[in-house]
Ligand binder design. Structure first.
Ligand code: LLP
Length: 415
């Protein structure tokens, strides 16, 4: 559930009219609802039934400092995949002791930085990375908390680009190798074996793959315990899907309950790394209709918002729901492709949508909060979109619209 609802013929974000936000801040505009963010984090936090846990918000889904700050104030931890994300969390007031660090290509300096700020756990993804962690820990004279990211060979049944738990994906260490590597790590004095980690994919709309993965991780936990290696947490990653169209994913509590069931007799904390389920429906992207035209059979609604502002439809062929923020009763519905101004034919927000649109209308791309602004670019030298957070009847700028000079400020002309 979110807090973007119609009052009469006009869409509101909490108590603020969408068209008034577009007028005040311009478009393209990401609009976040604070109440929705709080509701989603609470939905996770209240689903653990007393089990020790850490909800690590996946920063890559939405990395705006204000959003991270809100999450940190509500007690969340974070999942990061780069030094930049870790520095963002710290800049936003997050606690590095509640941060886990995943990623197949962590460099020595990233690992050293993470250890120097007291990261909760490094999720190691290859045998060679172990050596890098050891070198950094020795240099700093610290003991590194580590987990192996295990690739359990489970099909998340999602888009191939966001499926990560199969043997042909680059992520993690195979089940077969994990046990031996844990034994190897247990003999190294500067490593503390803290957990077992796993993330099998994103936008999972059925609970079955995560249950299959949990069973495999629990089997590894038990095998390690028999070998005298005791971990203190199991991290089942992110991946819970959301409704973009007519998907019916489990709720956080429905998703977490069977994992808890399998962990109930184990003396471990459960970590999760949700990104999308936390933020997707907490934001909408506003696009203003600039022109309309017919090319043969097709009707195009041309907006000022393109694939650089929201790349998901172009990159994954993702369906994003598009509605008009104003309901018109006096014009006919037209089947339209909603496109942007970018010079690429895959620059679309949605295809073949039934819409009643007048020029100047503010269209609303729903479910835009996850992998929306965090994947935006300045392609075609377009400025990154402005972002606002709505809290009841107030709105706050949480990212200023760039100036044109911002776009090229780091470029240098050779004298
Ligand atoms: N943990 C790890 C290690 C991950 O790689 C990811 C996402 C997550 C957690 C969070 O997954 P979530 O709860 O958001 O599903 N750009 C794509 C999604 C890429 C996901 C990458 N990894 C999209 O727009 O659909």
């Amino acid at each position: 559930m979110d807090f973007f609802n119609f009052k009469g013929n006009s869409l509101f974000a909490e108590d603020v009219e969408i068209t008034s936000l577009a007028k005040e801040y311009g478009t393209p505009l990401y609009v976040y609802s604070k109440a929705t963010l709080e509701r989603h984090l609470n939905a996770f936090e209240s689903s653990f039934n007393g089990k020790k846990h850490l909800v690590c918000f996946a920063v890559k889904a939405c990395s705006n400092l204000a959003i991270l700050n809100l999450m940190a104030k509500l007690g969340a931890g974070f999942d990061v995949v780069s030094e930049g994300e870790l520095r963002r969390v710290i800049a936003a007031g997050g606690d590095p002791h509640k941060v886990v660090f995943s990623g197949v290509g962590k460099t020595y300096s990233e690992i050293e930085y993470a250890l120097s700020v007291g990261i909760n756990c490094l999720n190691i993804e290859s045998e060679e990375e172990i050596e890098t962690v050891v070198a950094a820990a020795r240099k700093l004279g610290v003991v590194a908390n580590v987990a192996l990211r295990v690739n359990p060979g489970v099909d998340a049944k999602t888009h191939p680009y966001i499926s990560t738990g199969l043997k042909n994906n680059k992520f993690g260490i195979t089940e077969e190798n994990a046990f031996d590597l844990y034994v190897k790590m247990s003999k190294i004095d500067c490593l503390n074996i803290s957990g077992i980690d796993c993330h099998i994919g994103s936008q999972m709309t059925s609970g079955m793959p995560i249950i299959e993965a949990t069973d495999k991780i629990v089997a590894l936990y038990n095998k390690l315990l028999s070998a005298g290696i005791k971990v203190d947490h199991i991290d089942m990653g992110g991946g819970l899907g959301v409704t973009y169209d007519n998907e019916t994913p489990p709720t956080p509590s429905e998703y977490i309950a069977p994992i808890l069931e399998r962990l109930k007799s184990l003396d471990v904390a459960l970590y999760l790394e949700p990104g999308r389920a936390m933020v997707a429906n907490a934001s909408v992207l506003l696009a203003k209709v600039v022109y309309q035209k017919n090319n043969g059979d097709k009707h195009f609604v041309i907006t000022d918002t393109g694939m650089n502002d929201m790349i998901r439809p172009a990159l994954y062929g993702s369906w994003m729901t598009i509605i008009n923020s104003t309901i018109h009763e006096d014009i006919p519905e037209v089947v339209s492709d909603v496109v942007g101004p970018i010079c690429e034919s895959d620059d679309f927000l949605g295809k073949e949508r039934k819409l009643k649109v007048k020029n100047g209308d503010i269209l609303v791309v729903r479910g835009a909060g996850a992998y929306g602004s965090s994947m935006a670019s300045t392609y075609n030298s377009r400025r990154l979109p402005c972002e606002v957070l709505v809290d009841k009847d107030k709105s706050y700028v949480i990212k200023k619209r760039q100036t044109f000079e911002d776009i090229w400020k780091d470029e240098c002309i050779i004298k």
